[in-house]
Design a protein. Sequence first.
Length: 198
Amino acid sequence: MHRLFVFKLLLTGIALAGYSVASNGQTILRTGEGEHSAVVSLGVAADPTLQFKFGFASDEDGSAPSTFFDSFTVTLQDTAALYTAVYLTADATGVAWAPYTPGGEALEGASILRSAFTPINLGRGYFYSEAFQVSAPVPESMRGHSLNVYFDLFDNQNSLQSAGWFSEVQLVPEPGVTTLLLVGLAGAFIRFRKGDPG
């Protein structure tokens, strides 16, 4: 339910600007500090794959029914705002990959390759925290256009804090078989270390 609100916010172009950049290159957005949106300009999309790292952390536990939780959304849009693709929305309940977005470009969740890794140190502990390295296709309709990637942190204005961060945003050639194999093995290794068999 809360994700529909975030999508409407993105598609209408309403966002609050402001963010902080850590010394290690990560851009961090936090609720309660007026830091809710950041954009990375990619130029013309000659390469068909978008790569980035991101994480989301929150003191919310994700268990309250019918609640608009703080959330972090990653969106690709051409500079003329003709095409929009929402890659993910993360909140305290987990990550929704390639969520349905009215008016947006259709993406398949399975086409977004992701590998979980240990979240960065945000200077304090959070109840919930996760991070991913992502490799995802640029929709055919957006190739050849100048593109921006938007990182938006929705703040539900409650007293619980959340943060989203990102780094290493780039367009790259389509990953080969070796890259796909390495991403899959990394994900399997992380699940094995956490004791999750599947």
